[in-house]
Ligand binder design. Structure first.
Ligand code: NDP
Length: 309
């Protein structure tokens, strides 16, 4: 049952008393989420040392935007302890939670909810996820680093705020749609202007002033599909550039293949997914979470998904 893709009707009619503690991820689409495999593997491992966690289960629910409010109320009523939110719910959920932590409020997006006596508390663990992933996979600390970020969508906001919070040297953000770019720049300037140089650029025509080295982070959706072009030509950069591509599931996409050809340090976004999940499970459990177990479970689930086509 815990690997199935459930619906709002299942949530309404289900008797969720089978295990004492339930967790859930809500999204649309959600069928391909790796989170249930990742979290349930971690809970099995945690259960070996602490019997409490043998009675925890993580489920996925396909929930449309219109049904989010009812789904969150129902999850609370049915006793769920925690919830992850993915596309398209992260921004809308901000207005549906009862409390919000400071980072999530700054981002205007939540991806993790925890039950409180009087409702849901909202957190955002995406920024934590990318910072840990970049340090672990590339050996790069955001503090003091020049960051060139590609993309200005929902995830890009969390990435930009984390780079600024961590004390990056300067932040360059490129996007195709100028209005989305300007909206993000306006938000960032309000909070961080004067403390760190923030520059916007047209991703379709990168300027000659763009730094040639530092850390390039792709937060566009280009790279999700094998046939996608690279979001930026790497010829203009020094081979010392490090490349983090937040997409995952296609580790040989154009950007990563070009980076490897040039001998650049690079990694795909699976590690970000794992670390945002580790942080969420730490929030819910208050316990140490085995990141290596979550990583292996995510890799296995991805392998199974890819081999099924
Ligand atoms: P959004 O839909 O909010 O943003 C999409 C971004 O991609 C926008 O900047 C958009 O630019 C850009 N884009 C889309 N198509 C193109 C194109 N053809 N050419 C140039 N730019 C393009 O998505 P999210 O911000 O939620 O997600 C972005 C990426 O981050 C996804 O690939 C997602 O998989 C990844 N992600 C990874 C996570 C992880 O844990 N590893 C967590 C969250 C997200 P424009 O404004 O011009 O349309």
């Amino acid at each position: 049952m815990h690997d199935a893709c459930l619906t709002l009707n299942d949530l309404r009619s289900g008797d969720w008393g089978g295990y004492p503690v339930y967790l859930a991820v809500l999204g649309n689409p959600i069928r391909h989420s790796l989170s249930p495999q990742m979290h349930n593997a971690a809970l099995r491992a945690m259960g070996k040392g602490d019997p409490r966690f043998r009675e925890w289960r993580y489920q996925r629910f396909e929930i449309s935007e219109e049904d989010l409010e009812e789904a969150l109320e129902t999850l609370l009523r049915k006793g769920f302890l925690g919830v992850n939110l993915t596309i398209p719910h992260k921004v809308r959920a901000v207005s549906l939670v009862d409390h919000i932590d400071a980072t999530a409020e700054q981002l205007g997006a939540v991806n993790t909810l925890q039950r409180a006596p009087d409702g849901w508390i909202g957190f955002n663990t995406d920024g934590y996820g990318i910072e840990k992933a970049i340090r672990q996979e590339l050996g790069v600390d955001l503090a003091g680093t020049t960051v060139i970020q590609l993309g200005a969508g929902g995830a890009a906001r969390a990435v930009a705020v984390k780079c600024l919070q961590a004390g990056c040297r300067e932040l360059w953000i490129g996007n195709r749609d100028p209005s989305r770019l300007n909206e993000l720049l306006r938000l960032l300037e309000m909070e961080w202007g004067g403390r760190c140089p923030i520059h916007g650029f047209d991703l379709t025509q990168p300027p000659p002033t763009l730094p040639s080295t530092g850390l390039l982070i792709n937060v566009t959706s280009l790279g999700l599909k094998p046939e996608d072009p690279s979001p930026i030509a790497l010829e203009r950069f020094s081979d010392a550039l490090c490349v983090y591509d937040s997409t995952y599931g296609n580790p040989h996409n154009r950007l990563l293949a070009d980076a490897r050809d040039r001998g650049m340090r690079c990694a795909d976004g699976l590690s970000m997914l794992v670390w945002q999940g580790v942080r969420a499970l730490e929030i819910w459990s208050g316990a140490e979470v085995p990141a290596d177990v979550m990583r292996r479970a995510a890799e296995e689930a991805l392998h199974t998904r890819l081999s099924r086509g």
